[in-house]
Design a protein around this ligand. Structure first.
Ligand SMILES: C[S@@+](CC[C@H](N)C(=O)[O-])C[C@H]1O[C@@H](n2cnc3c(N)ncnc32)[C@H](O)[C@@H]1O
Ligand SMILES: [Zn+2]
Length: 360
């Protein structure tokens, strides 16, 4: 069957992976690559690896819409054949090389400026080789569809795939994204590189993160300083670095190690927003909303899900905007969460929030 997406026409036959629902992810990835390129004189000389390319749509969009050179790789023979046809169809033979290898073998032996990992399920098996292959000052763009392993729904899988202790919490979406960032950062640190978050989002059943890579020792230390064990009370939903719950006095559960620093870079998101405005894409409105919501977030790790906390603590549900105003009036920073429609991000502790909610 033939399709059109962004500025690319392509075919995707039966048996070769293509998911039309990934369009939003690919639009935002084109915008992220354009934002990343905007700090450079030109796209010339930049080589992107689309390591798990399927029919090649993602890498083709990078070549056509961002002007970079791309290596499109897939371990499947039929996928590689299809990618070759799609390269010819879009007349980008000079910019695109097609490979048919295990992505890990390719990444161990070659170096890239940008690496895109879009696997079935977990990216964990590819992280070490991506950390080896990525050049300093490069960018990693990584998808994970194994949300349960990252967000605490599947605790054993969290240990197995990522070596992180997880638990089901009311802030599970942001916890999942932070655990993905943690795993990428710790893997890069093992290879003496810092991976610094630029932008992340959740859509349908996947997480996606973009991270800047550097080999500066000071940046590696800065990232590692923000990777911590913290504690969660199942009964109250309280989280902090204290082992004893401030609200009910019980012993809390340790979680982590989890990255608790900033997960989005405002300047990068602003650049992405400008790029999205220029793209001729169907989901511009939704993509603009996602970026704007991300840029409006208060700088505080995780969030309080008002709906989940209302049933635990028996308070009447207030409008989220009213609670945000009340928190601000009490001197706290507060905003909605871009990752949870009923979440509030604030530097207030749960005890402060409950005091405000119960007096309303
Ligand atoms: C989710 S699909 C990629 C979708 C594509 N990036 C897109 O945007 O449409 C994952 C692809 O990874 C390929 N794959 C799986 N394991 C691989 C490996 N070890 N090395 C290279 N490719 C692999 C599969 O054949 C499949 O085409
Ligand atoms: Zn408690």
């Amino acid at each position: 069957m033939s399709f059109e997406e962004g500025k690319v026409n392509f075919i995707a036959s039966k048996g070769v992976f293509f998911n039309p629902e990934g369009e939003l992810c690919r639009d935002l990835s084109v915008a992220a690559l354009s934002a990343w390129l905007s700090g450079r004189k030109s796209a010339r000389g930049v080589v992107v690896l689309d390591a798990l390319a399927g029919c090649g749509i993602r890498g083709l969009r990078y070549a056509v819409e961002c002007g970079v050179s791309v290596v499109l790789n897939d371990v499947s023979k039929s996928a590689a054949r299809e990618i070759k046809k799609n390269v010819l169809l879009n007349k980008v033979k000079r910019k695109c090389k097609v490979r048919n290898e295990d992505a890990r073998k390719l990444m161990v032996s070659e170096r890239f400026d940008v690496i895109d990992l879009d696997p079935f399920g977990s990216p964990a098996p590819f992280l070490d080789t991506a950390a080896i292959s990525i050049k300093s000052n490069g960018m990693l763009a990584i998808t994970a569809t194994d949300e349960a392993a990252l967000n605490g729904s599947a605790q054993r899988a969290g240990i197995h795939k990522y070596g992180i202790v997880t638990r089901r919490t009311h802030f599970y979406t942001e916890l999942g994204i932070r655990n993905l960032i943690t795993s990428i950062s710790l893997t890069c640190a093992r290879h003496d590189k810092a991976a610094i978050p630029l932008f992340c989002f959740v859509d349908k059943h996947y997480y996606r993160v973009f991270m800047q890579v550097s080999d500066k020792k000071s940046q590696i230390s800065e990232i590692l300083k923000n990777i911590k064990i913290f504690y969660y009370c199942d009964k109250c939903g309280e989280f902090s670095d204290d082992f004893i719950c401030q609200i009910c006095g019980s012993k809390k559960h340790p979680l982590g190690p989890t990255y608790l620093g900033k997960i989005n870079d405002e300047h990068f998101c602003e650049k992405m927003l400008r790029c999205i405005q220029k793209l001729d894409v169907k989901m511009k409105e939704k993509e603009t909303k996602m970026l704007t919501a991300t840029m409006s977030e208060a700088d505080a790790p995780l969030y309080f899900d008002l709906h989940k906390l209302a049933s635990k603590h028996k308070f009447n549900l207030n409008k989220i905007s009213d609670v945000i105003e009340a928190l601000k009036a009490n001197g706290f920073s507060a905003s909605r969460s871009a990752l949870c429609p009923t979440g509030i991000k604030t530097n207030a502790r749960l005890a402060d929030l409950l005091k405000i909610l119960k007096t309303r």
